[in-house]
Design a protein around this ligand. Structure first.
Ligand code: ADP
Length: 447
């Protein structure tokens, strides 16, 4: 087992990884920008190294600085967390070249799944159903028209290098195609430096259902059931739950086994998530995330599996701590992403947290680096806390969530807590009656 892990990330996820390490008796090294010197994960880590100025590209994306920090501190592995370098195949290669372990999959899998066109082709090959669309990248209007006529409008133009919901444009008819292609390409070029785009059928009322898998280096793969992440604003998740209120046990087993089988056939190892759209009883693969996900705690809450711990064990070459028969889904869990944002306009709200009180009690978990007096820096994404609540039943879970949100105090900055409070009182949410468009319409109607 590793003795010292460098955590190449910040915020609540860095703290989450630190916690898993300490529970495994592993020392931690935090790296941080000058803006994060007072962050909780830096305070709690055994050692810390400043790797650069506030801008992410000079700090959390600064590969030489991170590798030097690992070398100087004698770390034997790097956990990249979520975002930043977590899906960067070049970084994973460099980590290996420095004689360190990268806590994630092989660079080859990061590369293939990072190109969404290649990812879909790979999944098709291993027998996973994908959203109908272009076979590869689309070059010309003519090509796009031809594919769109085949699959029918509306269609969605997506960036091959996409992430974070960027580089996506809908074309409702032939006349909208040219502009949609141009806009998607521009957005993709600006966000990812690559302007390759592809085309997909735009589904009218799907749910976003994703399957968590764990695979070791010895060919063992399990799935930990699904998460329903349909509540999104601008294609970004705001609240996730597991199990999905839309699936029965048979559908759960079917899609879970498909996802696990795909990972096995690919020779994948580490934690991973296969994302699907689910509409009218059918699943369509959209992408695979080859890293830990922000919403992993809802799965931990209903399975009792520590996903980060398993990820670390897998990277150290150990076999999975469980077989599929050992995985039991018990109860229901919901995660609220609490962002430091205005709950109406979603404008970022950095600044000093004047008062902080986290909720507690049975089956209530808070992953957050906040504390009273902490200054939320303006340079990074606005997720500052995750509230994860479990209940024996979905109803018990929602009652507990309501109570936990009432207890949560974050003073001094705006947060999305009031939006969550309002949302969980909505009949459609209470009845589990929502799809990927529901929240967007809901917040649009509020403003
Ligand atoms: P990203 O990598 O940018 O997150 P995804 O491919 O995961 O992009 O899609 C993000 C979200 O966009 C999905 O969860 C879904 O809400 C929406 N979306 C993606 N593909 C489609 C599609 N073909 N039809 C309708 N909505 C889609």
């Amino acid at each position: 087992m590793f003795e010292k892990i460098l955590i190449a990330n910040r915020g609540e996820i860095a703290l989450r990884i630190h916690r898993a390490c300490r529970e495994m008796g592993i020392h931690t090294v935090a790296v941080h920008s000058t803006a994060d010197a007072d962050a909780m994960h830096v305070r709690l880590a055994d050692e810390s190294v400043c790797i650069g100025p506030p801008s992410s590209k000079d700090s959390y994306l600064n590969m030489p600085a991170i590798l030097s920090a690992a070398t100087i501190t004698g770390a034997d592995a790097i956990h990249p967390g979520v975002g930043f370098l977590s899906e960067n195949a070049d970084f994973a290669n460099m980590v290996a070249e420095h004689g360190l372990a990268f806590i994630g999959p092989d660079p080859q899998h990061l590369r293939v799944m990072g190109d969404k066109v290649a990812a879909k082709a790979t999944m098709k090959e291993v027998g996973v159903p994908v959203v109908p669309g272009s076979e590869g990248a689309i070059e010309t209007d003519d090509e796009a028209w031809r594919v769109a006529e085949e699959i029918g409008y509306p269609v969605l133009i997506k960036a091959a290098a996409g992430g974070g919901g960027r580089g996506m444009k809908v074309a409702h008819g032939r006349d909208e195609m040219h502009d949609a292609l141009r806009l998607a390409r521009n957005e993709a070029r600006n966000a990812f430096g690559h302007d390759a785009v592809y085309l997909e059928k735009y589904l009218g009322h799907p749910r976003h259902i994703e399957v968590q898998i764990l695979a070791d280096k010895h060919g063992n793969v399990v799935h930990l059931g699904e998460r329903d992440c349909s509540l999104q604003r601008r294609h970004q998740k705001l609240l996730e739950e597991a199990p999905s209120p839309a699936l029965n046990a048979e559908q759960r087993a079917w899609i879970g086994n498909r996802a696990a089988e795909a990972a096995r056939k690919m020779g994948y190892h580490s934690a991973g998530t296969l994302e699907f759209l689910y509409e009218d009883g059918e699943f369509f693969f959209i992408e695979m995330n080859t890293r830990l996900q922000v919403e992993h705690p809802v799965t931990e809450a209903i399975t009792g599996v520590d996903i980060v711990r398993e990820q670390i064990r897998i990277a150290a070459g150990m076999p999975l701590g469980m077989s599929q028969d050992d995985v039991h889904i018990q109860g229901h869990a919901v995660e609220c992403r609490i962002n430091a944002e205005n709950p109406r306009t979603f404008a970022p709200s950095p600044g000093v947290v004047r008062d902080y009180h986290a909720p507690g009690g049975l089956d209530v978990r808070v992953d957050s680096g906040l504390y009273g007096g902490y200054r939320i820096p303006p340079y990074y994404d606005s997720l500052v806390a995750k509230l994860i609540v479990r209940g024996q039943t979905r109803n018990e879970c929602l009652m507990r969530l309501r109570r936990a949100l009432e207890e949560f105090v974050i003073e001094g900055v705006d947060t999305t807590i009031p939006l969550h409070q309002q949302l969980i009182g909505e009949p459609d949410f209470i009845n589990g009656n929502y799809n990927i468009h529901w929240l967007q319409r809901y917040v649009d109607a509020l403003s």
